[in-house]
Design a protein around this ligand. Structure first.
Ligand SMILES: *Cc1c(COP(=O)(O)O)cnc(C)c1O
Length: 455
């Protein structure tokens, strides 16, 4: 075998070994960052090494610093696992080394992304004619969508952002919910909009925007160009803004409506859960992730914009956005050169099929409900949110004890989950986001939490 084939074999061996061992290793890393820097660091050796050796060696050194995200008992933040077809397809993306920015050279990669984008619009109930951009995550998708929105609402107000820039432009009103994800604020910062410029609308105890408060904010609005950011899936509670009520209200005021549904948009793929996203098809742009609910490997976010001409106006390099025959990836995303990260999305969707995607989302919610039921039976544990989707939040009677329990869970290693502050109280939160989680994993997790809470 040549060096390349041997290196790939070494990677294959290390990957299979890591994945096979996930069930029997602590979920949270055992080594801290400093230990890991020591493990990989020192001066750069003068002489190189054989590729197979390098790969085998880096896999061995990494072991103690790896977190068991692809396993069945990682519930931290909102982080998906990796479906087998998506993982293997992602390896091919690296082997093929296609630069997927333009459609003229890398036709296979761009075609797969185009088809995957159409499948996603179909599954989630988004317009078939929308533009779909594959970016690194929901953070970048929120920025893509809000930048396109800003460009569009200013254009309609007679201002060309491409030529004239933001200085001197009419003031754009940006209306957001009190429980928006932090990436909305960052996306707006990237787009030149500051925190003090935001109109913040009240939310209820699950984080859902209050329709009466949005109506008030819109009425106070005069005729300024307006963007309204709504949310499908609050990151702690999993709650959905009442889109069927809010979207038409904002549209009636001529606003651009953006929906951040990083993990929540996938409720639309399940007939049993689609009521949660009802009304979302009336919006102008949508953010979601493929590396969360769809379980493709990092990184992959998706930016969907109703009218491709609006995406082109923002992103096409020097082109006329009103005339387009074929959409290139670089017409709808910020990158020129980039990885074909839509290929694992195509593979995941092909491996699941329409029924499989719905079943995946349903299973995540069933596991969340099973966890909720299990935790309700643990003395001293209080469930904090209405479990309508994949998120379960709980706490003990005292904030110190809640935080200590969180640390004890990570140290124990049976499962991993992360803490937060919710309405002034310390909470622990579990996100059911992995295809790999079984009911048995949920039961093991409840048993570990019960044991640690009693101690
Ligand atoms: C996770 C999340 C984001 C950020 O997503 P990344 O993929 O980490 O960039 C944005 N919005 C919501 C609602 C999220 O859950």
């Amino acid at each position: 075998m040549d060096e390349r084939a041997r290196a790939l074999e070494a990677a294959h061996r290390a990957a299979v070994e890591f994945l096979a061992g996930l069930d029997n290793r602590p979920v949270w890393p055992r080594a801290d960052l400093e230990t890991m820097v020591d493990a990989f660091g020192g001066a750069l050796p003068a002489r190189g090494a054989d590729a197979e050796q390098v790969v085998a060696d880096l896999a061995e050194r990494a072991g103690p610093g790896l977190v068991g995200i692809p396993g069945g008992r990682f519930f931290g933040f909102v982080i998906g696992g990796t479906l087998p077809a998506a993982l293997a397809a992602d390896w091919l993306v690296s082997a093929w080394d296609q630069n997927a920015g333009s459609s003229t050279m890398t036709t296979a990669a761009v075609a797969m992304e185009r088809v995957a984008g159409a499948w996603i619009c179909d599954l989630l109930g988004l317009p078939a004619t929308a533009s779909v951009g594959f970016v690194t995550g929901a953070q970048m998708s929120n920025w893509v969508c809000l930048s396109v929105a800003q460009h569009a609402v200013l254009r309609r107000a007679g201002w060309d952002l491409t030529r004239s820039g933001l200085r001197g432009a009419p003031t754009t009103r940006v209306i957001v919910g009190a429980h928006r994800h932090g990436s909305i604020d960052r996306a707006l910062r990237f787009a030149g909009v500051g925190l003090d410029e935001l109109v913040v609308v009240d939310a209820d105890d699950q984080g859902r925007m209050l329709p009466a408060s949005l109506a008030e904010a819109l009425a106070a609005a005069s005729d300024a160009p307006t963007i309204v950011c709504l949310q499908a899936g609050e990151v702690h509670t999993g709650a959905f803004d009442p889109l069927a009520e809010l979207v038409p209200m904002a549209k009636a005021h001529g606003a651009w409506v953006h929906v951040d549904g990083a993990f929540g948009l996938w409720a639309g793929a399940s007939p049993a859960l689609a009521h949660l996203t009802s009304g979302l098809d009336g919006a102008d742009s949508w953010t979601t992730d493929a590396h969360k609910t769809l379980n493709v490997p990092y990184d992959c976010g998706i930016a969907v914009v109703r009218d491709p001409a609006d995406s082109i106006a923002m992103f096409r390099a020097g082109g006329d956005y009103l005339v387009y025959s074929s959409l290139d990836p670089w017409d709808v995303t910020p990158e020129l050169s980039r990885r074909a990260r839509g290929v694992p999305v195509w593979a995941a969707l092909r491996a699941l099929g329409r029924v499989g995607v719905a079943a995946l989302v349903d299973r995540l919610v069933e596991n969340a409900r099973r966890l909720e039921a299990g935790l309700r039976a643990v003395p001293g544990v209080e469930i904090v949110n209405d479990v309508v989707y994949t998120q379960v939040m709980f706490r003990l009677d005292d904030d110190e004890r809640t935080r200590a329990l969180g640390a004890a869970i990570l140290a124990d290693g049976t499962a991993a989950l992360t803490g937060a502050e919710w309405r002034g109280r310390a909470v622990l939160r579990c996100s059911m986001s992995s295809w790999a989680t079984t009911p048995h994993d949920v039961d093991l997790t409840v048993a570990a939490i019960a044991r640690l809470a009693a101690a």
